[in-house]
Design a protein. Structure first.
Length: 154
């Protein structure tokens, strides 16, 4: 009866012209919002409080040394340990650590390196004194002691 047949001209394809743009925007979004982990702390860190603090100007010139009791006391004991870059070291290895950190910097910045000591409040001073002696031998003269700021109530 009908002379005219149905002619379908619709296509079943999905337009993908904007797909690379969308993927690039998602990639850029995740690159900007992602925070990379610097160091996994393996020692307890309850920093002492300070009344007056000074902010670090160039954090790229700062290397951190963590001192405190290990979190996993069964494996590492209960004596305070020194942690740098996710590993425990002995005081005699501090000179090597400082030299490795200096090698990461340019020639001009090597003398400006600052060693930041993050020492747990319950740590005895003996191990801190050993670290200070090794830093002197490594010619790392700028030493910074990290602390929390006391919030004064009126």
């Amino acid at each position: 009866m009908s002379k005219f047949g149905k002619k379908s001209t619709t296509s079943q394809e999905i337009p993908t012209a904007a797909l690379p743009d969308i993927i690039f925007m998602l990639l850029f979004f995740f690159m900007v919002t992602t925070v990379l982990r610097e160091v996994e702390l393996m020692v307890k860190q309850d920093l002492p409080q300070a009344v007056q603090l000074q902010k670090i100007e160039r954090k790229s010139l700062v290397s951190y040394i963590y001192i405190g009791e290990p979190r996993k006391t069964g494996t590492f004991g209960t004596e305070p340990k020194i942690q740098v870059n996710d590993v425990f070291i002995e005081p005699r290895d501090i000179v090597r650590f400082v030299n490795q950190e200096k090698d990461k910097l340019s020639e001009v910045e090597r003398d400006q390196i600052t060693m930041s000591l993050k020492v747990d409040i319950d740590t005895k001073f003996g191990i801190v004194s050993d670290v200070q002696q090794e830093l002197r031998e490594a010619n790392a003269r700028k030493v910074l002691y990290s602390s929390r700021q006391v919030i004064e109530t009126i």
